[in-house]
Design a protein around this ligand. Structure first.
Ligand SMILES: N[C@@H](CCC(=O)N[C@@H](CS)C(=O)NCC(=O)O)C(=O)O
Length: 203
């Protein structure tokens, strides 16, 4: 299916970094879409209608003109950005981009996004939060800071999907009560990517 002339509907929750990744990529590439707001907190991802579209009960979901449906934020942005400047043409650089995308889902999102959700949305006191979570957040931010001490972007010194996937929750780290001033290269990179994407500075 070609994206040319294809209408796309994005089902997403605006408070979700995973959903905002799709918005950032579509906006940056000038791809038209309709946005349907689906509230995770109101459990709108668990209705029979939504589950019929995505049995995993999660946003984001992209639905295309022929009703084909794609879930998983990084799968969606890879599809949208295929052939664009956001995906390196060099095979090794492309593999490096995948390396960061997989790391984002396995190590980064599962720490920073989860801590943010517990603290900012569920308002849990620290006594009810897994003490390993803040430790894991510090570890992923340190890893990023070390990489960014040597590089302007995550791959190949230009904006790729790796930066967009990683910035989605990193820019909201303050909502997890994480202080990015302790990670100055990360803080500068967040502002650089927000500027590249022409999105608001979240902090
Ligand atoms: N790995 C998935 C994660 C999606 C995800 O966790 N979505 C959350 C919002 S950020 C959700 O829909 N949660 C609702 C639920 O689990 O009921 C992705 O990258 O799209």
């Amino acid at each position: 299916m070609s994206l040319d002339n294809a209408a796309m509907t994005v089902y997403g929750d605006s408070i979700s970094g995973n959903c905002l990744k799709v918005k950032f990529v579509a906006d940056h590439l000038g791809l038209p879409y309709d946005w349907v707001e689906v509230s995770v907190l109101a459990k709108e991802t668990r209705t029979p209608e939504f589950l019929a579209m995505n049995p995993a009960g999660q946003v984001p979901v992209a639905r295309f003109a022929d009703n084909a449906v794609l879930a998983q934020s990084n799968a969606i942005i890879l599809y949208l950005a295929e052939g664009s400047d956001l995906v390196p043409t060099d095979a090794f650089e492309r593999a490096q981009m995948y390396q960061w995308l997989f790391w984002e889902q396995y190590s980064h999102e599962t720490a920073i996004a989860v801590l943010r959700f517990h603290r900012h949305y569920l308002k849990k006191p620290d006594s009810e939060i897994d003490p390993n979570l803040p430790v894991r957040c510090a570890s992923v931010l340190t890893l990023m800071n070390n990489h960014l001490a040597q590089h302007e972007y995550f791959v190949g010194e230009k904006l790729t999907l790796a930066d967009i996937a990683l910035v989605a929750y990193t820019r909201l780290a303050h909502q997890a009560a994480l202080d990015l001033t302790q990670y100055p290269h990360v803080k500068n990179w967040v502002r650089r990517i927000e500027t590249d994407l022409e999105i608001e500075h979240a902090q």
